[in-house]
Design a binder for this molecule. Structure first.
Ligand code: SAM
Length: 256
């Protein structure tokens, strides 16, 4: 995505999300922060596949406002480093969770080689044009034997409906090639579970959405974001796009 599209999609709404959490209370922060792409079943799959625990050196690339990282800290005791290119989302992470995110793109991570046991990249690949560079860079900062956990919106070859602005959904073969091309070995790949989100989580997410809609329905950025959401829902419900969970590892003999 270009900077303007990124700002509209992930910056403005991030700031509004932090405002809504200020009003509703801190118990809404994780649910509000995960509205981008996570829920407990999906994040739990990633944490288990990657063997996340309290001592894990974890980096969340494209962390948004930090919802997934806050969930994994609360559930598995792991304190992730957050990387996020949008300044407004970094500010929102600080307001919502008290965490400083590193402002950077995943294609140029400001970390040394082999620094992390685990990298997460949740719902990010389809928003990035330079996918190969992103995966190479993530592989570089992983230690040999380290794990990458990703959720990826994967396009069916028969994709024909309108795609939300700024998204470039990779096909399944492309994702496999990208992973192998970065020197990673795909270990597991499965479709994200459906209908397993706890009721309490859904109710909180609905309240957050309702308040955002009430406060911003006249704002162009909110209308654009709703339109993006509608297009994506259509693609998912018609299975032109599916959400896949992936676990890959960096080979022990690899540099870094
Ligand atoms: C769909 S959101 C997902 C956010 C978060 N991972 C989550 O699960 O809630 C995609 C995120 O990727 C970020 N992003 C876009 N381009 C990126 C890039 N080149 N490198 C890293 N992150 C990027 C966006 O700013 C946005 O926060």
């Amino acid at each position: 995505m270009g900077d303007e599209e990124l700002t509209a999609e992930f910056g403005v709404v991030a700031e509004w999300t932090a405002d809504v959490v200020d009003e509703l209370g801190p118990e809404y922060a994780i649910v509000a922060g995960c509205r981008g792409s996570g829920d407990p079943a999906l994040l739990d799959w990633l944490a288990q596949a990657c063997g996340v625990g309290p001592e894990t050196a974890l980096v969340d690339v494209g962390a948004g406002v930090g919802g997934a990282a806050a969930w994994v800290a609360e559930t598995y005791g792991a304190r992730a480093a957050l990387v996020e290119p949008m300044e407004a989302a970094c500010r929102a992470a600080r307001r919502m969770f008290g965490w400083d995110a590193v402002r950077a793109r995943g294609q140029a991570l400001p970390f040394g080689d082999g620094q992390f046991d685990v990298a997460w990249c949740v719902g990010v690949l389809c928003t990035v044009h330079e996918k190969r560079a992103l995966l190479h860079e993530i592989a570089r900062v992983l230690r040999p034997g380290g794990s990458l956990g990703m959720t990826v919106l994967v396009a069916d070859p028969a994709l024909h409906s309108a795609v939300p602005m700024g998204n470039e959904f990779p096909g399944a073969d492309e994702v496999r090639d990208l992973i192998a091309g970065a020197g990673l070995t795909l270990r597991e790949s499965t479709e994200a579970p459906n209908g397993t989100t706890p009721t309490e989580w859904v109710l909180k997410a609905d309240q957050v959405d309702e308040m955002l809609r009430k406060q911003h329905r006249k704002d162009q950025a909110w209308r654009d974001s709703e339109e993006q959401g509608r297009k994506l829902s259509h693609l998912l419900s018609t299975r032109q796009v599916t959400t896949r969970l992936l676990h890959a590892t960096k080979s022990v003999g690899a540099p870094g």
